[in-house]
Write a protein that binds this ligand. Structure first.
Ligand SMILES: *Cc1c(COP(=O)(O)O)cnc(C)c1O
Length: 213
C-alpha cells in the first residue's frame, strides 16, 4: 500500500517538490517498508521518534525534524539533525550553535493564519529573527514553513499558502550569507495539492502515504 500511495503522489508532484513521508505514528517496520518503496525523506516531530527512525534507516535516507523542538532537547538529536522545519526561536538556534558540528538547513516556521498562535512567527516578525540568525554559523536558512489551519475551508487554506509564497518573495531582499529564502515547506495529506499550486518545494505527508494510524 505504501508503494502505491507514494507512486501516486509522486506523479502529482513531479520533480517540483520533495516528498517527506511523515512516519511519526508508524513503526520502524513500516518506515523501512517506505524506504523499500523508494522513499528517502522522512519526517518526525519528536526527538525519540527521530532517534529511533534515524538509527533504523540506511545512511542515504534523510530524517527531517518537522515538529516543535524544545531548546533543551536539541542536544538529543543534534548529531543527526540536517533539516529543521520549525525554527522560530532564538533559544533553539543558540542550542544548535552549541551542539552541532555541521550546518543545519532550516525553515523559518511562520504562523500565517494567526490562529493557534503558539507556534511560528508572525510574518512581520521574520526579518528581525533573520537578523539574529545571521550570526549563527551552524544555521543555514533555506526557506519558510507553515501549517495550514485545521479547517475544511479549502479557500482559507489556499489563502494561507498563497500568503506564505508571497512572503517568500518579499523576504528575498533579506537573502545573503547564511540566509537564502528559496524553499517552501507546506502541504500535508489533505492539502498538498493546494500547496503545490502555490509553489511548495517540500510537502510533508503522513496518512496519505503511510496509512492512518
Ligand atoms: C503530522 C504532521 C504532518 C503530516 O500530517 P498528515 O495529515 O498525516 O499528512 C505534516 N507536518 C507536520 C508538522 C506534522 O506534525
Amino acid at each position: 500500500m505504501i508503494r502505491e500511495n507514494y507512486t501516486r503522489i509522486k506523479e502529482e508532484t513531479g520533480d517540483d517538490a520533495t516528498i517527506i513521508a511523515v512516519t511519526k505514528y508508524h513503526t520502524v517496520e513500516e518506515t523501512l517498508e517506505a524506504y523499500d518503496a523508494g522513499i528517502r525523506d522522512f519526517g518526525e516531530n519528536r526527538p525519540e521518534g527521530f532517534r529511533e527512525k534515524r538509527e533504523a534507516l540506511p545512511g542515504d535516507a534523510t530524517v527531517h525534524f518537522i515538529g516543535t523542538l524544545q531548546s533543551r532537547k536539541v542536544k538529543l538529536i543534534a548529531d543527526d539533525l540536517y533539516y529543521l522545519h520549525s525554527l522560530d526561536r532564538e533559544s533553539v538556534a543558540k542550542k544548535i550553535e552549541q551542539y552541532s558540528d555541521h550546518t543545519v538547513k532550516c525553515f523559518i516556521q511562520v504562523n500565517v493564519s494567526g490562529e493557534d498562535s503558539k507556534h511560528g512567527l508572525a510574518p512581520e516578525d521574520v526579518p528581525e529573527f533573520l537578523d539574529v540568525l545571521r550570526d549563527c554559523g551552524k544555521i543555514e536558512v533555506i526557506g519558510l514553513m507553515t501549517m495550514a489551519p485545521n479547517t475544511e475551508d479549502r479557500l482559507l487554506i489556499d489563502d494561507v499558502f498563497k500568503r506564505l509564497s508571497e512572503l517568500k518573495g518579499k523576504l528575498s531582499a533579506e537573502n545573503g550569507g547564511n540566509i537564502q529564502i528559496s524553499e517552501l515547506s507546506m502541504g500535508m495529506s489533505n492539502d498538498y495539492d493546494i500547496a503545490l499550486r502555490h509553489g511548495a518545494t517540500f510537502v510533508r505527508i503522513g496518512s496519505k502515504i503511510m496509512g492512518s494510524r
